[in-house]
Write a protein that binds this ligand. Structure first.
Ligand code: XLS
Ligand code: MG
Length: 346
C-alpha cells in the first residue's frame, strides 16, 4: 500500500456548512449566502467537491422536467467553478411525513413517501453526475423505546436500501451512522451495525459507509479505529471530519480543534491506507461558531483543511523507525511521549 500523498487528497464540503448561525436557542446572526457565492467560497478555498442534500440542489416539489432543468443549472455552476458533486443525501428528516421515521415509521403512507423521496434523491444524484448517495437515517429510531418494533424497523431499513439498489443498478449507498440527535435512540447507531445490514442487502458491493468524527465521539469510540474498521472491509468511501468536545449535542467543530492527537490518528490511518487513491474524498462537516462575523464565517472550512494538510505533513515527516522501535521494545510510555512531542513540533 502506497501511503497517500497530499495530492491524493481532494476535499468536499456541503452548502449547509456555510450558514447564518441560528441555533436551537437563537435566530440567525448573519445573512444567508446565495448558493453561487457559496460555490465561489469553496472554489477559492481549494475544495474540489460539493456534498448535497437532495433539496440543496432541486426543490422537493419540482416536477421531473423541472428537476432536470434545475439540476442542469446546478451542474453548470459546479463546472464553472471547477467543482463536482460528491454525493446526494435525501433530506428525510424535515418533512412532516418524516416526523417518526419515515423509513421505520409505523405509518405505511410515510414509508411509501420515504421510498419516493429516496428515488428522487437518486435521480438528482444521476443528474449531478455522482453515483453516491449518503443516508443519514436521522429519525430512524425512537423517542419512546416501546413505540416501534425494533426487529421490524431493521427489516424496513434493509428493504428501503434494497429498493434503491434495485432502482439504480449503479447506485452506491454510504450509510452515515449516528447514535442520537434528533432521536433519543437510533436504530443502527454505529458503523458496525450498518455494515452488518450492508452485507444483508441484495448487493453488498454497492453499500459502504461515510464516517463522521463527531458521531464516533458521541458513541465514546475513537474515530480513527472506526475508520480502520471500515477500511478493513474496503467500505470507507467517505468521511465527515470535524471535532467534538465530549458527550453532548453534535457540535461539528473545526477538525482538530478539540483533540489534536485524535485528529492526527484519523489522518494517519487515512494516509497509511491510501485513502483518496480510488476517488474517495475527504469531506468536512463543520459549523462556524455563532460568534463569527459574516466576513469571517468561512474560516472553519479553511482552518479544518489546513489542519488536515499539516497533519498529512506530519504523517510523512514523523520518524517511523523510532515509532516502530518503541513498539518492538513494548515501551508504550515512550511511544506516547514521542507522539506528544511530535504534535508539539519538538
Ligand atoms: C448530521 C449529519 C448530516 C449529514 C448529511 O448529524 O452529519 O449533516 O452529514 O445529511
Ligand atoms: Mg455528517
Amino acid at each position: 500500500m502506497t501511503p497517500s500523498s497530499k495530492e491524493d487528497f481532494k476535499f468536499s464540503v456541503g452548502p449547509w456548512n456555510l450558514h447564518p448561525g441560528a441555533d436551537p436557542f437563537g435566530p440567525p446572526v448573519r445573512p444567508e449566502r446565495e448558493f453561487a457565492d457559496k460555490l465561489k467560497v469553496f472554489k477559492d478555498l481549494g475544495f474540489g467537491y460539493v456534498q448535497f442534500h437532495d433539496d440543496d440542489a432541486v426543490p422537493d416539489d419540482a416536477s421531473s422536467s423541472e428537476r432536470e432543468r434545475i439540476a442542469g443549472e446546478v451542474r453548470k455552476m459546479l463546472d464553472d467553478n471547477g467543482l463536482q458533486a460528491e454525493f446526494v443525501a435525501p433530506r428525510l428528516w424535515e418533512d412532516a411525513r418524516g416526523i417518526d421515521g419515515p423509513v421505520t415509521s409505523n405509518n405505511a403512507a410515510d414509508r411509501k413517501w420515504a421510498l419516493e423521496r429516496g428515488k428522487r434523491a437518486v435521480d438528482v444524484a444521476q443528474l449531478l453526475g455522482t453515483d453516491k448517495m449518503v443516508w443519514w437515517p436521522a429519525r430512524e429510531g425512537t423517542y419512546t423505546r416501546e413505540s416501534k418494533d425494533a426487529v421490524a424497523a431493521i427489516g424496513r431499513m434493509l428493504e428501503w436500501c434494497n429498493a434503491l439498489l434495485d432502482y439504480d443498478k449503479n447506485l452506491k449507498i454510504l450509510g452515515e451512522m449516528k447514535p442520537n440527535e434528533p432521536m433519543d435512540l437510533m436504530y443502527l447507531p454505529t458503523t458496525g451495525h450498518w455494515l452488518a445490514l450492508a452485507y444483508k442487502t441484495v448487493d453488498p458491493s454497492r453499500v459502504g459507509t461515510l464516517i463522521e468524527s463527531a458521531h464516533c465521539i458521541l458513541l465514546g469510540l475513537d474515530p480513527s479505529d472506526e475508520f480502520a474498521n471500515a477500511l478493513a472491509h474496503d467500505k470507507l468511501w467517505g468521511v465527515h471530519l470535524n471535532d467534538q468536545n465530549g458527550l453532548k449535542f453534535d457540535q461539528d467543530k473545526a477538525f482538530g480543534s478539540v483533540d489534536l492527537r485524535r485528529a492526527f490518528n484519523q489522518v494517519d490511518v487515512l494516509v497509511r491506507n491510501g485513502f483518496g487513491q480510488n476517488g474517495e474524498v475527504v469531506g468536512l462537516d463543520v459549523k462556524a461558531m455563532r460568534t463569527q462575523p459574516a466576513e469571517k464565517s468561512h474560516l472553519h472550512l479553511k482552518t479544518s483543511k489546513e489542519t488536515f494538510l499539516d497533519l498529512v505533513d506530519l504523517c510523512h515527516a514523523i520518524n517511523r523507525d523510532e515509532w516502530q522501535g518503541y513498539i518492538t521494545a513494548r515501551d508504550y510510555e515512550s511511544l506516547e511521549r514521542f507522539i506528544v512531542k511530535n504534535l508539539m513540533g519538538k
